[in-house]
Each structure stands twice: as structure tokens, then as C-alpha cells.
Design a protein around this ligand. Structure first.
Ligand SMILES: C[S@@+](CC[C@H](N)C(=O)[O-])C[C@H]1O[C@@H](n2cnc3c(N)ncnc32)[C@H](O)[C@@H]1O
Length: 275
């Protein structure tokens, strides 16, 4: 095979494009977007899925958060012990109420972040800080058929709810999902380069800080395949600018920011692990 030839691996085939350098911008573009088919999700489909009535969802959140505060449960924290204690003390109904706006946003932000960035083939996926599985359900729904998803979560009571859910793909088929109870700044269980996609919704931007995220970024770098994608939420504890800087320092290319609606001050940043 000539060294100048572009080698393209697509499911079930190996092809070369004579005369196109594998490192040239044209070669990379062809590899990623033309011959390697990418998952695309239309805005029309995104708008037709998921919960509606954001105002009612926010109202329920406000009431539930006030009731929890009266019992001394404060989940808006970055101290590991406080976060664990707060989430572990909630009933499923309380969690669903305080997480309502996040669940509402997940159905919009996650598919927008996925579209055009991951290949349209069975993917190995992690959902970090999966809670009761709201973000995991959205990933299961939109990821290509044959995906295998592992949810990581700190609070075991949340996982008890997550395990009871059914996870279905767009065509109604059930999705292979399992869970691990541990913090996301501890070493992940996956082997080097074995993961295609890592998602975090409502976790990085609310419970991690620039000073505490380093072990997670090192693990993203280790477990993601080259060309693997990380979709990480930003928010009050993790500003977008800081996360972009830290990820760039770790060798990730920034692909864009996706929000649930134009006034969303959080959203997810999408990064690709460069080889
Ligand atoms: C706002 S909820 C979001 C849950 C889910 N991702 C969703 O979008 O519905 C945040 C979740 O992250 C978990 N969490 C917070 N810090 C964590 C950490 N360091 N490691 C693992 N899970 C964490 C909490 O226990 C909680 O279930």
C-alpha cells in the first residue's frame, strides 16, 4: 500500500483513496464525514420527543428544592460527601422533581450534541453521573442500534431507580445498559481506548470544579478511542471557558456547544480525543 494513500476503515470494509494524504485536512474530512457515515438527528425529530411544559417543570423543581432545604438536604454542592449524602437522601419523586429541568434539557441537548459527531454504528458509551437514568434513556434512544451503555453514579439509591427503567432505542428495541456505583473522579473500569462516547449531563457543571476535574479528564483521555467523543455539561461550578482550556491542554479538540434552548446558560460542550 502506498504511504500517500488514505486508509479508511468503515464497518466491514477497508478502502484507500489514492493520492490523499491521511494527515491532510481533506483526508481527515473525508474520513470523518463522508465515507465514515455519521449519526444525524433532525431538529424536527428532537422537537417531537421528550417532555414539554418547562414552566410547570421549573415550578415543581422550586417546590421540591424548598421542601428538601427545610429537611437540611442541599444538593447544590461540590464537596463529594455532601453531594453523596444529599442525593442518597432523596426519594425518586423528589429527585425527579429537582432534576425535572435537567431531564427536560437532556431530550434537546444530548441529541443536538450527538448529531454529526459520532459514527452511525454500534457504540460503546458511558453516562457519567447518570442519576436515575434520565440522561441514559436519551442516549439509549438516540445512539445507533447495538449500543452498549454503562451509567456511573455516586449514590446507590439513584441506581436502584435507574435499574428499574426500560431503555429503548428509537425503533423500540431494548438497549444493553448496566451500571457502576462509584464517583466519576475515581479510575473508570473500562480498558484503554475501548470507549466511543462519554456523556455527562448535570454533573460536571454542577458538582465538579476546575480544581477537582483533573482525574476525570485523565480518564477520558485514557478510555476514549482515538476519535472518541466526550460531551460534558457546563454550569455554575464549571464555566465553559475553563473546561475548554483544560480539555485543550489534555489534547481534545473542541467541536461546539449545544443547548436545550437559546436562553440555556448551561448546555454541553463536545470534544474529540485527537490521536
Ligand atoms: C443533576 S443529577 C443528573 C442526573 C442525570 N445525568 C440526568 O441528566 O438526569 C446529578 C447526578 O450526578 C451524581 N454525581 C454528582 N457528583 C458525582 C460524582 N463525583 N461521581 C458520580 N456521580 C456524581 C449525583 O449523585 C446525581 O445523581
Amino acid at each position: 500500500m502506498k504511504p500517500r494513500d488514505e486508509v479508511l476503515r468503515t464497518p466491514g470494509m477497508l478502502r484507500t483513496i489514492p493520492g490523499v494524504r491521511s494527515t491532510s485536512p481533506l483526508g481527515l474530512l473525508m474520513q470523518r464525514h463522508i465515507l465514515k457515515r455519521m449519526l444525524t438527528i433532525s431538529e424536527r425529530e428532537i422537537r417531537s420527543q421528550g417532555p414539554g411544559r418547562l414552566l410547570a417543570v421549573c415550578w415543581r423543581q422550586w417546590l421540591a428544592e424548598r421542601a428538601l432545604a427545610r429537611r437540611g438536604i442541599r444538593f447544590r454542592a461540590t464537596a463529594f460527601g455532601q453531594v453523596l449524602a444529599a442525593y442518597a437522601a432523596m426519594t425518586q419523586a423528589e429527585f425527579d422533581a429537582i432534576n425535572g429541568p435537567q431531564a427536560w434539557a437532556n431530550w434537546r441537548t444530548i441529541p443536538r450534541a450527538l448529531s454529526g459527531h459520532v459514527p452511525d454504528r454500534p457504540l460503546r458509551v458511558l453516562d457519567l453521573g447518570c442519576g436515575t437514568g434520565s440522561s441514559t434513556s436519551v442516549l439509549a434512544f438516540y445512539c445507533p442500534a447495538g449500543a452498549r451503555i454503562t451509567g456511573y453514579e455516586l449514590a446507590e439509591p439513584m441506581l436502584a431507580f435507574a435499574r428499574r427503567r426500560e431503555y429503548r432505542q428509537r425503533d423500540g428495541s431494548s438497549v444493553n445498559v448496566d451500571f457502576v456505583c462509584q464517583g466519576v473522579t475515581e479510575p473508570l473500569r473500562e480498558s484503554d481506548g475501548s470507549v466511543d462516547l462519554i456523556n455527562a449531563s448535570g454533573v460536571v457543571g454542577h458538582h465538579l470544579k476546575p480544581a477537582t476535574i483533573a482525574p476525570l479528564i485523565a480518564e477520558l483521555r485514557r478510555v476514549l478511542a482515538s476519535d472518541g467523543v466526550a460531551m460534558l455539561d457546563v454550569g455554575p461550578t464549571m464555566p465553559a471557558r475553563e473546561l475548554r482550556r483544560l480539555m485543550a491542554d489534555a489534547g481534545f479538540a473542541y467541536l461546539g456547544r449545544y443547548r436545550s434552548w437559546f436562553g440555556d446558560r448551561t448546555g454541553e460542550l463536545v470534544f474529540r480525543r485527537d490521536a
